[in-house]
Ligand binder design. Structure first.
Ligand code: IPE
Ligand code: IPE
Ligand code: MG
Length: 235
């Protein structure tokens, strides 16, 4: 079995999962966060080297203040736990997205998480929080423009590779497989540049119920795909 080097996940369906159990949406987020720790370990044990997960989009601020508040509390707790998990499991954590809209203490914890795990050599774990792909591209363009104005970069020197280096995912190879749980078949502003040649896998299973077996199923399907990158199939 060919294990994808980089798997990106849109972990969706926490709210619907909770509702189906007669529980409040926030309970779904709590269980979703717990499941993330489990899947993280499973992914690494299966041989996945990069795992990138979507925790909060630039559009998710539109949710009720109650839900946003509960999510932020959860991220605070999750980030602290993750500092320990990263140390125990040799994970290198990167944060994608614009942290400046997050509360100061959360920004501090995220910095600590990245800093304390930067020399780890196991799973490369990217968490996208206040992340939107269009926002990421615009922030990258601003940096490119600033470097051009400074004379550090000439417009004709801007290549796809150079530009990739200005994105939040600089250093991270493009995903091989994208998984979205809970039935929706859209990207919701996730990694638009990076997913140019990624295989997509959609499942009805909501995130809190997504297991190692479901991950294995996605990888099995991925193995049946014929990746071409615009070329023709080799006989
Ligand atoms: C995904 O679950 C988690 C976040 C977007 C924060 P949702 O909260 O989107 O759950 P559904 O899609 O409403 O069921
Ligand atoms: C995408 O899920 C964002 C995250 C999983 C963090 P949403 O539930 O917010 O996406 P839409 O609103 O269904 O497109
Ligand atoms: Mg959703």
């Amino acid at each position: 079995m060919n294990i994808p080097n980089h798997v990106a996940i849109i972990l969706d369906g926490n709210g619907r999962w909770a509702k189906s159990k007669g529980m409040p949406r926030n309970y779904g987020h709590v269980r979703g966060a717990q499941n993330l720790e489990v899947i993280c370990r499973d992914a690494y044990n299966m041989g996945i080297k990069y795992l990138t997960v979507y925790l909060f989009s630039t559009e998710n601020w539109k949710r009720s203040p109650d839900e946003v508040d509960a999510l932020m509390k959860l991220f605070r707790r999750y980030t602290k736990t993750c500092i320990r998990t990263a140390r125990d499991n040799n994970m290198k954590v990167r944060v994608l997205g614009d942290p400046t809209a997050l509360a100061d203490d959360l920004q501090e914890s995220l910095k600590k998480l990245v800093e304390s795990s930067k020399d780890n050599t196991g799973l490369n774990f990217q968490i996208a929080i206040n992340y939107g792909s269009r926002d990421e591209i615009v922030r990258a363009i601003r940096k490119v423009a600033a470097d051009c104005v400074d004379g550090q970069l000439k417009p004709e020197e801007i290549t796809e590779e150079r530009f990739s280096g200005y994105l939040d995912t600089a250093e991270v190879p493009d995903p091989d497989l994208l998984i979205r749980t809970s039935g929706e078949q859209r990207l919701s502003n996730y990694l638009l540049w990076q997913l140019a040649y990624t295989e997509f896998y959609f499942t009805e299973v909501p995130w809190p119920a997504f297991t190692k077996e479901e991950l294995a199923k996605a990888i099995e399907k991925y193995n049946k795909r014929d990746r071409r990158y615009g070329g023709v199939k080799e006989e």
